[in-house]
Design a protein around this ligand. Structure first.
Ligand SMILES: Nc1ncnc2c1ncn2[C@@H]1O[C@H](COP(=O)(O)OP(=O)(O)OP(=O)(O)O)[C@@H](O)[C@H]1O
Ligand SMILES: [Mg+2]
Length: 293
């Protein structure tokens, strides 16, 4: 079956409440959302005009896998998968989940087990990460002595900004900050240990929380390659950029194009699309041991 690009990149349902870079969110009822992961892919924060077939299904089903696996640590928003809902188009069923609407806490809760990205940049210029000092001489992709919590604000526009734990306490209160920090690290540690047994290093991850009926609840997608860095454990070697598990082919290809990282991005060649699609499916089957629906 050949699908038109729109079938992959846009959910065909009405009541679109919000369109992110990758997901379309629909209002189903006052207290219910349908979140649909499309096959859109972004790189350097720009949506690439070529979809990756199967990516949405991988992200959605991986997120549901983890929501189920971590519910003993924290309550979450998942009601059920959209797969059973025969009233929905086939493409949406594989890529969607029904969730309870929450009052979102506007802080991104980030756990980092390894130094890279904005944490590496901060360490190189100050020797600190999120207000904490670390020993000199750490190199790209080194593990922290133990995982750290580095919150960020949720910016309406542009990039999220890292904040210190005391800034977070000023925003949402000390007790809630402590709770979110502990939950975030507990979920990260659990997922990191599990993924390691499957040959994947989860280097860091971003979680979001909210309140549903006054109960603190984990929301959004969790522990996917879009919200986390997934590294291949068999190729892990600190001191250099780690090949990541998902967008590596896309990033490598884009780097060799004459593109300034501003929209529009160039369309991807077929070979890059199929290699990337395989990579996502490989991550899914390695991690979950399940067959993608
Ligand atoms: N159960 C929930 N209740 C209310 N809001 C939620 C729930 N789960 C997730 N959200 C919010 O829904 C939005 C989903 O948006 P989405 O992730 O698609 O785009 P985004 O975060 O704005 O941008 P990006 O494309 O960078 O991820 C997020 O703002 C998230 O905080
Ligand atoms: Mg998001």
């Amino acid at each position: 079956m050949t699908l038109e690009p729109e079938a992959l990149t846009e959910s065909p349902l009405p009541d679109l409440a919000y369109r992110g870079k990758v997901r379309d969110t629909h209002n189903i009822a006052p207290d219910t959302l349908l979140m649909v992961s499309t096959d859109r892919i972004s790189a350097y924060d720009v949506i690439i005009p070529t979809p990756i077939p199967g990516k949405g299904a991988v992200l959605n089903q991986m997120s549901m896998f983890w929501l189920e696996k971590t519910k003993h640590i924290c309550a979450n928003h998942l009601i059920n998968s959209a797969i059973e809902d025969v009233t929905l188009p086939e493409t949406v069923r594989r890529r969607g989940m029904y969730v309870r609407k929450a009052d979102r806490i506007d802080v991104e809760c980030v756990a980092r087990g390894y130094i890279t990205g904005s944490a590496m940049a901060e360490y190189e210029s100050t020797g600190m990460v999120a207000g904490e000092s670390f020993q000199p001489g750490m190199v790209e992709a080194d593990a922290f002595p133990s995982p750290i919590f580095t919150p960020a604000t949720k910016a309406e526009e542009g990039h999220d900004e890292n904040i210190s734990i005391s800034q977070m306490a000023n925003l949402v209160g000390y007790d809630l900050t402590e709770k979110l920090k502990n939950l975030t690290l507990e979920i990260y540690n659990f997922a990191h240990s599990f993924a390691l047994t499957k040959g994947i290093i989860i280097a860091d991850t971003k979680l979001e929380f909210g309140f549903i009926d006054d109960q603190l609840t984990l929301i959004d997608e969790i522990l996917t390659p879009d919200s986390s860095r997934f590294w291949d454990a068999t190729k892990y070697q600190p001191g250099k950029t780690q090949p990541n598990f998902d967008k590596q082919f896309v990033r490598d290809w884009l780097t060799n194009q004459d593109w300034n990282r501003e929209p529009p991005a160039p369309p991807l060649p077929k070979e890059i699309v199929s290699k990337t699609a395989m990579r996502y499916e490989e991550a899914f089957s390695k991690l979950t041991g399940a067959i993608l629906q």
